[in-house]
Design a binder for this molecule. Structure first.
Ligand code: ZN
Ligand code: ZN
Length: 434
């Protein structure tokens, strides 16, 4: 069993005390710098013990910190030969607080980040990762069910407000008619946001409020739909509800990541997902639970649970054939009384590495290891730092109120003016009230 070695806090304490004594005795700036350096670079002096297998085991102490087995966003470097996947939504089209709908954030060691699906409720999970929004400008949609793109509007508008100073780029499949394609859906999403976007004009940095849509042929077989910066993303058809849904693979630096979206088991996934380091495939709730908990009729439960979607036993059969380093099952409500049935049914057909996904599950993937943990998040997040200075909008583009509505304002200028005075003085401005 591998455990992570940590710098020994007693070493830090000793160095800290030495540093303080040196400071009190009046040591030179150079000495203090060398001591600070020593504090950082002090080699491990507390030797770890070995377990029966010869692996290092942390030496326990009442004052030493111990390694933690959870992920806290914004606290770990990503190695140049490492990928990190975070489940930002694993649930269903029916909303629940504990599970947003499908959303997967893939971070690569070259700095690229990709969002696969942005299902309803996933925007807040993405926000919890505290990643500057300029890095979150690439979204890939597996299909146009709301549990796979229902929070695109939230990411689009909220992301721009929170520091995305560039267009949101969205890749998605065509449909069997133009009206069933991604371009049509997003053109109309923009129309639906007319009031929202007009109301922000001339007030906030305008650069993020643009969608860049890349629609590709849903029937294309393992075709490259994205290739930049050493990253290749391919798509192939999935079988789900109507023509149009797709699955994706990402190849980078010798790694292969696969996201199936929603699909009945199919021969293309069977071919193109092979040799994946990590493969996500849907795995629906077991039929008996669809009847008792979802209150489907037996007929509907059978149709939805085994034909429109992938039953757990079928998920296992798919994974037994493609043999990924890690198989990830999602698209079920993961409760104490539903998980066992899903797990047991998968295990009738698959005995390889398996993650039953839930929101905030994190996979760190290197050539040697796949580490699976849960993220512990701060729910009270504020927008992360912007990577560029904000741009002031052209205030003349602001759309005014009608005289009738503007005339309804109460006069509160006297109580607001002190705030203007204070901010103008602090920042050297000359702003005036409307
Ligand atoms: Zn779907
Ligand atoms: Zn779905």
């Amino acid at each position: 069993m591998k455990r992570i070695k940590q710098a020994g806090p007693p070493v830090l304490v000793v160095a800290l005390i030495a540093g303080c004594i040196g400071y009190i005795l009046g040591c030179t700036q150079g000495e203090r710098e060398r001591e600070t350096q020593a504090l950082v670079e002090q080699p491990e002096q507390v030797s770890d013990q070995a377990d029966q297998d010869g692996d290092a085991v942390e030496q326990l102490s009442p004052v030493r910190a111990r390694s933690r087995d959870f992920y806290t966003p914004n606290s770990e470097d990503l190695g140049p030969d490492e990928m990190r996947l975070i489940a930002c939504g694993t649930g269903m089209p029916t909303a629940r607080p504990s599970q947003a709908a499908s959303c997967w954030l893939l971070e690569l060691g070259n700095g690229d980040k990709f969002i696969f699906d942005v299902g309803t409720g996933s925007g807040e999970r993405i926000a919890a990762m505290q990643i500057p929004y300029n890095y979150l400008d690439k979204v890939f949609l597996s299909h146009l069910h709301t549990d796979h793109f229902g929070d695109l509007d939230a990411l689009f508008v909220g992301g721009a407000l929170a520091g995305r100073q560039k267009p949101l780029r969205v890749w998605g499949p065509s449909g069997d008619t133009p009206e069933r394609g991604t371009q049509y859906a997003l053109d109309h999403l923009l129309k639906a946001l007319t009031w929202d976007l007009d109301g922000r004009r001339g007030i906030t940095d305008p650069r993020g409020y643009h969608l860049e849509v890349h629609e590709f042929d849903y029937k294309a077989m393992n075709q490259i739909i994205y290739q930049e910066n050493g990253v290749t993303i391919r798509s192939w058809p999935a079988i789900h509800a109507l023509d149009g849904p797709v699955s994706f693979s990402v190849e980078w630096n010798g790694f292969k990541f696969v996201f199936g979206g929603d699909t009945f088991p199919n021969k293309w996934f069977d071919e193109y997902a092979r040799d994946a380091d990590l493969a996500i495939h849907e795995c629906f709730i077991a039929v008996p639970d669809l009847i008792t908990k979802f209150q489907f009729t037996p007929q509907t439960a059978l149709a939805v649970g085994t034909q429109i979607h992938t039953a757990p036993e079928a998920f296992g059969k798919v994974m037994s054939r493609i043999e990924p380093r890690m198989a990830v099952a999602y698209h079920f409500f993961k409760d104490f009384d539903t998980t066992a049935a899903i797990h047991d049914r998968i295990r009738t057909t698959y005995d390889g590495p398996l993650s039953l996904a839930e929101d905030y599950m994190v996979w760190n993937i290197t050539k040697d290891d796949i580490r699976v943990r849960m993220a512990i998040v701060d729910e009270d997040v504020w927008p992360p730092p912007a990577t560029e200075q904000p741009q002031l909008p052209d205030a003349s583009t602001r759309i005014p109120y009608s005289d009738e509505i503007a005339g309804g304002k109460l006069d509160v200028a006297d109580v607001i003016q002190p705030t203007y005075d204070a901010i103008n003085e602090e920042y050297g401005l000359h702003e005036t009230q409307d």
